[in-house]
Design a protein around this ligand. Structure first.
Ligand code: IVH
Length: 708
């Protein structure tokens, strides 16, 4: 029996056997429940079986059965698609907007790789297709699984729909393909197909799609693949995710350029503009050429992507906060349009920031209807002298919130009055203050401010935070209004309000049970998700992960943050972390944590309300320690200092590698240092390490330790 084995420990053969058993069992239980009205197990047991099935499928996507319980819509109706966990995350790209940005990108590569000035860096440039990315898996050359990007970690299984995409080969042609390869690329719809589709929809009285990209996304996510098939989706291939090559790296070539050649051989469409560049001039020339031809192309693009050609360099460069260091997107200038600004309103965010918003006469900008745009902050409104009634230019760049970029003063109505920024919060009436030197005015109402509270709770349940299934922004608003919840901890006490919940309009027995089960599911939560969910200013997802990894447990993080807050309170003016205190300096020593973020953490923990929120929450939760990396790396959780000249890699590469392996990299040697890696010319730091009896390694020894 394999049922008792944790999913992480199953072998492939065991997983296969168990998926078969689960498919049969779940089918039997579905029939008993739905057809015979005679369930043989309680709901919780049933849910556990389904969860286990999902988890095994997520770990072994290729083993997913045609009769997977996740595919069955007949019995328990499912919303949407099964999930596919991406074994290699699907990343996003950093952006460049100018020649200078591109030069800097190339310089950064050179520095990171410690290249000599004369060493050439080849770059492949190719259009950035404005579609949606997809991952298509081939086992033994046969198409076995296809998924959307989703949040980059988990996407949706759209295998049946992707099979209908015309330029996705069902089997790989040409030279022997690797035993298993996941091809990545962009699904898109051509402009003419989009126009024809919308014309048909209009004639049928259906809602129109805004642009080819939305239309491609909508078409790929149809529950009925027959509909997708009618939509004429296409695919440009450009990279790979998982690759099992049986040890023969040469299967995909040594460069991005070779790889594109392989893709063509296998039968994929590769964009015809892809160009091998040897200088920034070449890169800019390709960018400009593509931009010139953009309007005449049959598909939408929004820039050019530059990628380091050598795959071994790509591997060394690695990733930083969810984007590869070896690639960047050189975007085309944003699209703009003119319209009238009807009214300026104030939005209150979860940290109390008052943001002025322009409510516009709706206008189409680059294919999307825009009716609101941000005016950023008080100073911007004053500097631009924006007034209600003005004609303005709005701009949209990619997924960024539209912005007002220009006021056309010659079109200003004679009676337009200057806008006065409120000094009280429009949501709660509290004083809104603006600390000296800051651009943002904030409501001081804290938890009594309903706007802040609602935004905080929305953030708390959002996808990368607690992500409670079936509990979204809408529910937060409604539950707050009806006083079912007021703080995050209340969500985990909702079970005591079961009766009230079941009386709510539109909520039946089953939906309340489902919600409470989904909440129970989230009582156990990884530390980094909890940290992120608290909504501390500047602490985003990747910072939350760094903090979790650095401090390990909730208790340790909480204790350290209280020390950070206390140290800051004693030294409010100091500008150097070392002068503020030990805990504060330790926090600032974490890569990517600057003084600003440290101050925001200090401010959060200095506020007793916040501590109450956290502690009440902690009572309800079972917070998982962050030590996943410790198991796999010999330097996990060790504090390492690099000093002297490194000869095999640059300082930043060394640091990135060490952090990837779970080590903390510090700038100075102290009692907390575990290892000092000293290159030639190491001076005082190596000496201090010796004095403190800290292990000293040469660069080669370091490599031997971390495994080459
Ligand atoms: S390479 C490591 N190449 O842009 C990231 N991406 O902003 C791999 N995209 O999610 C991306 N055309 O969906 C790459 N020629 C191209 C692309 C491209 C469009 C999309 C892709 C990615 C997004 C990032």
């Amino acid at each position: 029996m394999t049922a008792g084995i944790p999913v992480e420990a199953l072998t492939e053969a065991e997983a296969k056997a168990e998926l078969a058993r689960l498919a049969a069992d779940l089918k039997r239980h579905d029939e008993a429940y739905y057809r015979d009205d005679a369930p043989q197990i309680v709901d919780a047991e049933y849910d556990a079986l389904r969860r286990r099935n999902r988890a095994i499928e997520a770990r072994f996507p290729a083993l997913r059965r045609a009769d997977s319980p996740e595919n069955r819509v007949g019995a328990k109706p499912r919303e949407g698609f099964a999930q596919v966990e991406h074994r290699a995350p699907m990343l996003s790209l950093s952006n460049a907007f100018s020649r200078e940005d591109v030069e800097e990108f190339v310089e950064r590569l050179r520095r990171f790789l410690s290249l000599g000035v004369t060493e050439p860096v080849e770059i492949v440039a190719e259009p950035k297709i404005d579609g949606l990315s997809a991952a298509v898996h081939y086992r033994g050359g046969a198409f076995v699984l296809g998924a959307t990007r989703g949040d980059g970690a988990v996407g949706e299984d759209v295998t049946a729909n992707l099979r209908t995409v015309v330029d996705l080969p069902e089997t790989l042609e040409g030279a022997a393909p690797p035993p298993y390869i996941e091809i990545r690329g962009e699904v898109y719809m051509r402009g003419d197909d989009f126009a024809a589709l919308n014309a048909g929809r209009e004639a049928a009285g259906l809602a129109l799609y805004a642009n080819p990209r939305n239309s491609a996304a909508g078409s790929l996510r149809q529950l009925d693949p027959a509909i997708t098939a009618e939509r004429k989706l296409r695919f440009f291939a450009y990279s790979w995710g998982v690759l099992e090559d049986g040890g023969a790296t040469a299967d995909i070539g040594r460069t991005q350029w070779d790889f594109l050649e392989r893709l063509r051989d296998w039968g994929f469409s590769v964009n015809r503009f892809a160009t091998l560049c040897r200088s920034v001039d070449d890169m800019i020339a390709l960018h400009d050429r593509v931009q010139d031809e953009r309007a005449a192309l049959p598909y939408d693009i929004d820039g050019v992507v530059y990628k380091v050609n050598r795959l071994d360099w790509q591997a060394r460069l690695g990733t930083v906060s969810r984007a590869p260091r070896w690639a960047t997107a050189h975007k085309f200038p944003a699209e703009r349009a003119q319209t009238v600004l009807n009214e300026i309103t104030i939005q209150v965010g979860r940290t109390g920031a008052l943001t002025p918003v322009a409510n516009l006469q709706p206008v189409t900008v680059g294919g999307v209807v825009v009716s609101r745009a941000t005016l950023h902050n008080e100073d911007e409104v004053a500097r631009r002298n924006v007034r209600e009634g003005d004609t303005v230019v709005v701009q949209r760049a990619g997924d960024v919130i539209p912005q007002v970029v220009e006021v056309l003063l010659d079109k200003r109505p004679a009676d337009a009055k200057p806008y006065t920024f409120p000094e009280t919060c429009p949501a709660c009436g509290s004083h809104a203050v603006r600390p000296e030197g800051e651009a943002i005015r904030r409501c001081t109402g804290g938890l009594i401010c309903p706007a802040q509270n609602v935004e905080r709770l929305k953030h708390f349940v959002s996808r990368n935070a607690f992500d409670i299934e079936g509990f979204g922004s809408k529910h937060v608003v409604a539950f707050l209004e009806d006083k079912l919840i007021a703080t995050p901890a209340d969500i985990f006490r909702l079970h005591s309000r079961e009766a009230d919940l079941k009386e709510r309009e539109g909520w039946g027995e089953q939906s309340v049970d489902n919600l409470l089960a989904a909440i129970e599911d989230r009582r156990r939560i990884p530390l980094h998700r909890l940290i992120y969910a608290l909504g501390i200013r500047q602490v985003g997802e990747s910072s939350a992960k760094l903090l979790a990894r650095h401090y390990g447990s909730l208790d340790s993080w909480r204790g350290s943050m209280l020390r950070v807050a206390a140290e800051r309170e004693r030294q409010p003016e100091a500008a150097k972390p070392e002068d503020i205190g030990e805990a504060f300096a330790d926090l600032c020593n974490i890569d990517q944590v600057g003084l600003g973020m440290a101050d925001d953490l200090a401010a959060f923990f200095a506020e007793p309300h916040n501590l109450t929120v956290l502690d009440e929450l902690a009572e309800e939760l079972d917070v998982e320690d962050a030590e996943a990396v410790a198991a796999v790396s010999p330097v996990a959780a060790k504090t390492v200092v690099f000093t002297g000249t490194l000869e095999r890699m640059s300082r930043s590469e060394a640091k990135a590698r060490a952090e990837f392996l779970g080590a903390k990299v510090a700038g100075s040697v102290s009692k907390k240092t575990d290892l000092v890696v000293a290159g030639p010319g190491a001076g005082s730091k190596a000496k201090r390490a010796e004095e403190l009896g800290i292990e000293l390694l040469t660069e080669d020894e370091w490599f031997a330790l971390i495994g080459g």
